[in-house]
Structure formats: structure tokens, C-alpha cells
Ligand binder design. Structure first.
Ligand SMILES: *[C@@H]1O[C@H](CO)[C@@H](O)[C@H](O)[C@H]1NC(C)=O
Ligand SMILES: *[C@@H]1O[C@H](CO)[C@@H](O)[C@H](O)[C@H]1NC(C)=O
Ligand SMILES: *[C@@H]1O[C@H](CO)[C@@H](O)[C@H](O)[C@H]1NC(C)=O
Length: 344
């Protein structure tokens, strides 16, 4: 005998259908509400309902990715929705990473191998942990906004560091001077560029001016020679840490903040919020950041402490920890491939 007669089955199906519909309505209204909250938090506006709907779909997809990533629970790091929440990964790459002027990996490494000078090669003692913020050599987190100027921010952070270490003065320096004035076949303002080109420019000009003298505008501008006149920090040039060598990189970071090219294309990087990022980024270098320390977590995972230029709402108040001493010789996200530091 069947447990249900025809009519009951029909009722159960109806009930099931209504429940399903209700659940999906509740979920989508919860998501719509989340999207509204997110828009408010990040000051987002859309030109019309169609754009809002399109952005909502991307937001929803990102949120699902983040929630399922976090639910897996064994990654050692968490993701969260942030200012990039309504952008597809391709849009994120195009808007924030070194799109047109990708670091030329082959050229970079060949150049490094030709160089003979690595001033920290004979360093034997390094502290177990280092945090240049605690030593007053790191300015607050900055924000490049919708401009591929990461290379200028990473260069400036490295120079701010060595300037403070050698003079005792922490001065916020000008990214905009670099964005406007460094023009080479590999560096072009908001279209991307190289730390090496920025350092060459600063050496030739005789220094770099302060953030106050030449503030960040978020867009490409005409080089303003007058604003750049007062050189606040000087460098003699730059050197590379031997490529693909995290031991050498450690010696360098123990002595000053180091600019590095990394692979930041993956969604795990786009939505990183806390913990120690490992794997999941490849070595397709397309972003530039500055290592400002290193350490070991309570559960024994070694990491690099990295300053990014995407504001304080991204990552750990603008910073990211990236796994250190990994099997791959390039380091996590290619962090050990082309490390560069200014010399004074
Ligand atoms: C490191 O030590 C070797 C051997 O003493 C020396 O030849 C080399 O110049 C030193 N390197 C630096 C950067 O001081
Ligand atoms: C960029 O210009 C320099 C000389 O100014 C040249 O040596 C180099 O080959 C050029 N690189 C590319 C990628 O065009
Ligand atoms: C990730 O989030 C969970 C839940 O909020 C939390 O318990 C855990 O400590 C977080 N892990 C990291 C590495 O931040």
C-alpha cells in the first residue's frame, strides 16, 4: 500500500514547491539587502536599474565563491566581500593590475643574473621576526584607486622605508610625481610600470618630492616640474635580490622594505581578508607591492608581511600575509622572482 493517496501527493508537491520558492525569495532578498549595504559602505552608485541588476548578479556570484571558499575551512586564510565585490575577475585585472605594462619576467631575471652586487649577501644573523611598521619605517596604507599605478606605490613604500632607516625621518613621498613624470617604453602612469624605471628617474632627477608637495590625483597627469622641485628623499640607485631565493630575500627584508612583483590575478587575492595566503595565485606577475616584514604564525606557518595599495578595507587593514619558505623556488605568488630595493 502506498503511504500517500494521489491527493496527498499533490498537496506535498505543492507544499514543496511553495517552500522552495519561499526559500529562494528569502535568499535573494537577503542578497539584495547585502548588495544594498555593500553599495552604501563603498559609496557605489549605478546609472540605472539594468546596470544595478547586472552588478548584483556579479556581486552574488562573488559572494557565493567567497562563502564556499570559507566554508571549506582548511585554507589557512579567509576571503570576504570588499570594494571589488561587483567586479568580475577580468574587470578586476583590467582595472587594478598591470594590464598593458606587464613586468617582463624573462628580461627581469636575465638582468638580475648579470648583476653581481647583492649588498646583503654576507648577512648571517637575521631577527626571527621583523615588522618595519613597529620601527617607524612604514607610512599608513594608501589607495591607488582606478589607476594601474601599483609600481609607483611599491617604489615609494620601499624608498620611504630606507629613507626612515637612514635619516630617522618618516616622510610620505609622492606617487603622483612618478605617475606623471616617469615615461619609458615599459612605464606609463596608470597603464602600469616598473620599480626599476621609477628608481632610474629619481636618481637622474636627484630625488623624489613629498606627498604633500605633489599629491595623488588617481589619474594620469602632465609632469609638473615645479611641484617636483623640492627633493625630499634621495637614492643612489637600486639593486635586485638574487632571483628565486627566499633565503636571500629574508636577509634583504631584515635590512629594509623590499618592492616585489607578484601574481595577484586570482579571486583568492582579489577577496583576501585575513590569514596567510598560500598557493592559489600562480606566477603570472601583474602587481607590485612592498614586503615590510616577516614572521611565523602561532601554528608555525612562516609568512611575508606585505603592504598593498588598495586602501584599508582590503585584506588585513590593507596588508596581506603571504606564505614564506615554500617548495616552489619562485615563492608564493612569485614573490621571490624579481625583488628590488633602492639604495642610498
Ligand atoms: C661577501 O664576502 C665575500 C668574501 O669575503 C666578499 O668577497 C664579498 O665582496 C662580500 N660581499 C659583499 C656584498 O660585501
Ligand atoms: C626600451 O628602450 C630601451 C632603450 O631606451 C631599449 O634598450 C629596450 O630594448 C626597449 N625595450 C623594449 C621592450 O622595447
Ligand atoms: C576565518 O574565519 C573563521 C570564521 O569567522 C575564523 O574562525 C578563523 O579564525 C578565520 N581564519 C583566519 C585565518 O583568519
Amino acid at each position: 500500500m502506498s503511504c500517500f493517496n494521489q491527493k496527498n501527493q499533490y498537496n506535498i508537491l505543492t507544499l514543496f514547491f511553495i517552500l522552495t520558492l519561499w526559500t529562494s525569495l528569502v535568499i535573494s532578498s537577503r542578497l539584495l539587502e547585502k548588495h544594498e549595504q555593500w553599495m552604501e559602505e563603498h559609496g557605489k552608485f549605478y546609472k540605472d536599474a539594468a546596470e544595478k541588476e547586472q552588478r548584483f548578479q556579479i556581486f552574488k556570484e562573488n559572494l557565493e565563491f567567497i562563502e564556499s571558499f570559507n566554508a571549506a575551512g582548511d585554507n589557512g586564510f579567509n576571503l570576504s566581500i570588499n570594494q571589488f565585490g561587483d567586479q568580475t575577475n577580468d574587470e578586476f585585472k583590467a582595472n587594478y593590475l598591470n594590464g598593458k605594462k606587464k613586468p617582463l619576467i624573462g628580461v627581469g631575471i636575465a638582468a638580475i643574473e648579470e648583476e653581481s652586487v647583492f649588498r646583503y649577501e654576507n648577512v648571517t644573523e637575521v631577527p626571527a621576526t621583523m615588522d618595519w611598521r613597529e620601527r617607524g619605517a612604514v607610512t599608513p596604507i594608501k589607495h591607488q584607486h582606478l589607476c594601474g599605478s601599483c609600481w609607483a606605490f611599491a617604489t615609494v613604500a620601499a624608498i620611504e622605508g630606507i629613507h626612515q632607516i637612514t635619516t630617522g625621518r618618516l616622510v610620505s613621498l609622492s606617487e603622483q610625481e612618478l605617475v606623471d613624470c616617469v615615461k619609458t617604453n615599459t612605464t606609463d602612469g596608470c597603464n602600469g610600470g616598473y620599480v626599476e624605471d621609477a628608481c632610474d628617474f629619481i636618481v637622474k632627477k636627484g630625488g623624489i618630492t613629498s606627498e604633500t608637495n605633489y599629491p595623488y590625483t588617481r589619474v594620469d597627469g602632465k609632469c609638473n616640474v615645479r611641484k617636483g622641485t623640492y627633493n625630499v628623499a634621495k637614492i643612489k640607485g637600486y639593486e635586485h635580490v638574487p632571483a628565486n631565493n627566499e633565503k636571500a630575500l629574508l636577509k634583504a627584508v631584515a635590512n629594509q622594505p623590499i618592492a616585489v612583483y607578484i601574481a595577484a590575478t586570482k579571486r583568492a587575492f582579489q577577496f583576501y581578508s585575513s590569514g596567510i595566503l598560500k598557493g592559489k595565485c600562480g606566477i603570472d606577475l601583474d602587481h607590485t607591492v612592498t614586503i615590510v616584514g616577516y614572521g611565523t604564525s602561532d601554528d608555525g606557518v612562516k609568512y611575508w608581511l606585505v603592504k598593498n595599495s588598495w586602501g584599508t578595507k582590503w585584506g588585513e587593514k590593507g596588508y596581506i600575509k603571504i606564505k614564506r619558505d615554500v617548495h616552489a623556488k619562485e615563492g608564493s605568488c612569485g614573490i621571490a622572482m624579481v625583488p628590488t630595493y633602492p639604495i642610498v
